[in-house]
Design a protein. Sequence first.
Length: 194
Amino acid sequence: WQPNSGSSRNVLDIPAPRMNFRDAPLTEAGREAWANRLPTDDPGLRCEKPTLTVSMNSPTPIQITKDGDHLRVLTEHWDAVRTIYMDGRTPPSETPHTINGFSTGRYVGGELLIQTSHITAGYTLRVGGPPHSDALLVTERYRVLEEGPLLEAIFTVEDPVTFSEPISWERFFRPAELQQIQTYDCQPSPGPQN
């Protein structure tokens, strides 16, 4: 699936909204963490993978495939590979926090619901946004709309340490049968100039 850009003349090319955290309902701890964050703290400058919301909301394609009893989500952005456990399991008590977290999924009617927990703290939900805590929970809802067809994706993030209420946004993808996921070739940003 290719994210809609809003740049074509196709009426179904609905642009992806920007995640604007300037008006986000931040907690006191969230405001303080954002105020103390330096632009050079961005892990992308060092070619470190960001939190899954960054790769899932990039302008590059995604691919969702069945892998046995589970789903696999690949994103071109940051070469992210996620396993979505579809067998009803819950994260084991010793599950470590990682950049992609631990994802479980299920079908609710014609909708794929994915919930991800155990995401490493200190990263941002988008470049320039406030850093999240390790309490972050990301919920993704996907459904195919007949128009187009389009894949509708609704993202909701909850982090009681950073945000005083959940934040949601929506975006649309269109089929990209001729497009292949390419390798993401990150080049580290040079350090400060003397």
